[in-house]
Design a protein around this ligand. Structure first.
Ligand SMILES: [Zn+2]
Length: 456
């Protein structure tokens, strides 16, 4: 009998950290593990498609050409586990405690992938002849920007195109409040490096005539927001489309207390930008954040130098209809224009991805008698059954850049069923998966797949 929780634990044991060049065994282990699982439990034909980076696992349950075809997306790669000392249990040894499964990848995205594998397994056990074609598309580079998946999709457009994409890689609100994600922010990331003197200098001998790169960087970074917290880059907001009324209403329906949220985060005060409430600003507004900053002496005590260099890592979260490449241009151009004298600048562009929105047919007025329409309807009903209340249709603040590529290349919209919860510590120490939500979501996924198969 297939035990999905044990399968997640075994999957988690492979430290498939895509950003770490040393993690090759973990990547290979995770690829092998999930491929074998899909073959053994679902009878899929499994192929490991190589890319210039980490491979993509493509597993197919084939069938008659007239059967509907659903593509299920997920990723087997995970974020680094650091800082290790903050984990209460070893990150790559899944541990169940009080209805939660702890471990790196349990919430992002190995557990959520397993929701759909478990759903398929149960469905096929009940109905071995289910008239449904399914392709699992499980990549290994989501955490580093899905750099090579688009080329795989371009090369294999026909076989990877289905009625819609089913996936779980977004976060829900709480155990009893299931949500369907209707949009994600885009992203543009870059790194700026300033160089001053050839090497660190004695701040007494040379302090005065020399521009300090840390001072220059601080000035530059501080110029990127105005007093109210708006991004201070000309043209940054030009393409921004405000949210629709129903989206704001859905958000208000949650009736969350900003004070609880403040406590959860442990910040002294919340500072949303103008025009948006605390929760609205997490998904409807664009941002520019400093992800890391450095330069000069970092050891204990003091060291009186003028550092030779300084750097900052910057990323923007984008909303419709901002274009990630254009935003990178604007940020880079602004940095160059504002670069203080006395230092030289180097800008390295990192990954990007456009924002993405999918409207559920019953809210958008799209025809509902399509596979996508049936899937959304089945999801709505099954969520009411499993969670005891109607789903929330919400955009969220994170980014899954590949979604806009999937829409562009394969022409599919995504049904995003949230599995991980907001307090799941995604990308942080003590990542965890709520097993009640896991079980409920796998029942929902089962209903979605069955409804699409039956055309009902
Ligand atoms: Zn993820």
């Amino acid at each position: 009998m297939f035990d999905p929780i044990k399968a997640i634990i075994d999957f988690t044991a492979h430290a498939s950290v895509s950003a770490d060049p040393e993690a090759k065994p973990g990547i290979e282990g995770a690829v092998k593990f999930v491929g074998n699982l899909l073959e053994k439990e679902l009878g899929c034909t499994v192929e490991v498609a190589p890319t210039a980076g980490h491979p993509v696992v493509i597993a197919k349950r084939e069938g008659r050409p007239e059967w509907p075809h659903v593509v299920i997306y997920g990723h087997y790669d995970v974020q680094p586990a650091d800082p290790l000392e903050e984990w209460h249990t070893p990150p790559f040894e899944g541990v169940v405690k009080d209805g939660e499964l702890f471990g790196r990848g349990t919430a992002d995205d190995k557990g959520p992938v397993m929701v759909h594998i478990a759903a398929m397994a149960r469905l096929l056990e009940r109905r071995p002849d289910l008239p449904l074609r399914v392709t699992f598309l499980i990549e290994g580079e989501e955490e580093i920007g899905s750099v090579n998946l688009a080329s795989v999709m371009e090369a294999r457009k026909a076989e990877l195109s289905g009625e819609f994409l089913l996936m779980s890689d977004t976060t829900g609100i709480g155990r009893d409040d299931e949500s369907i994600t209707t949009g994600l922010r885009g992203i543009s990331a870059l790194e700026v490096r300033l160089r001053g003197p050839r090497q660190d200098l004695h701040s007494g001998f040379h302090g005065g005539p020399v521009m300090n790169p840390v001072r220059a960087l601080a000035k530059l970074c501080a110029s990127l927001h105005d007093e109210d917290g708006r991004v201070n880059i000309p043209g940054f907001y030009d393409e921004v489309v405000p949210p629709q009324d129903w989206e704001r209403e859905e958000m208000a329906r949650l009736d969350r207390d900003p004070e609880d949220y403040r406590k959860l985060l442990g910040v002294p005060e919340l500072c949303p930008p103008p025009d948006f409430g605390v929760f609205e600003s997490r998904c409807f507004g664009p941002t520019l954040e400093f992800n890391g900053i450095g330069g000069g002496y970092q050891g204990s005590g003091s060291k009186t130098i003028i550092p030779a260099r300084a750097f900052a890592k910057i990323s923007c979260r984008l909303v419709p209809n901002q274009d990630s490449a254009r935003i990178l241009d604007l940020v880079e151009q602004t940095l160059r224009e504002r670069c203080p004298k006395g230092v030289t600048m180097e800008v390295e562009r990192h990954h990007g991805g456009d924002p993405y929105v999918v409207l559920p047919p019953h809210l958008s007025g799209e025809p509902a008698d399509t596979a996508k329409g049936r899937a959304f309807r089945a999801a709505d009903l099954a969520i009411r059954e499993q969670f005891g209340s109607a789903p929330h249709y919400l955009r969220e603040g994170g980014s899954v850049p590949i979604l806009s590529d999937i829409k562009r290349i394969l022409g599919m919209d995504a049904l995003m069923l949230s599995v991980a919860l907001q307090d799941c510590n995604m990308h942080s120490p003590n990542e965890k998966l709520d097993l009640t939500v896991f079980e409920r979501c796998s029942r929902v996924s089962e209903k979605i797949l069955e409804a699409v198969a039956d055309g009902a």
